[in-house]
Ligand binder design. Sequence first.
Ligand SMILES: [Zn+2]
Length: 124
Amino acid sequence: MLVACIEVRDGLAVVEASTPGSVPLPCPDCRIPSVRAHSRYERHLADAPCGGRGVVIELSVRRLFCDNDGCPRVTFAEQIDGLTCRYGRRTPVLQRMLGALGVVLAARAVARLGPYCWASRSAG
Ligand SMILES: [Zn+2]
């Protein structure tokens, strides 16, 4: 991944990056590598906060042709291990943080409801 710029915009740390154009990537269906580019597009990924600021990664990725005539897939989008997933708008790091936060918050809510739940159980 090539980082072109890091700047603060509207209170967010924005990282502008792109993938190199010459690295072959395997088709997700037939696993045959391809470097023939169809197009590029920009993804906007929310990442874990840094220094108290939200982080957004503006990442230019490739859409590649699959040149295998026996493969049903015509094109496929580039994914970056550890950073992107299909249709994902958050990095895996941020997704794990939010998941853990959800568990903690849910546990607190359940702990607050606990006495009521136990009271209703013992009453019934
Ligand atoms: Zn293929």
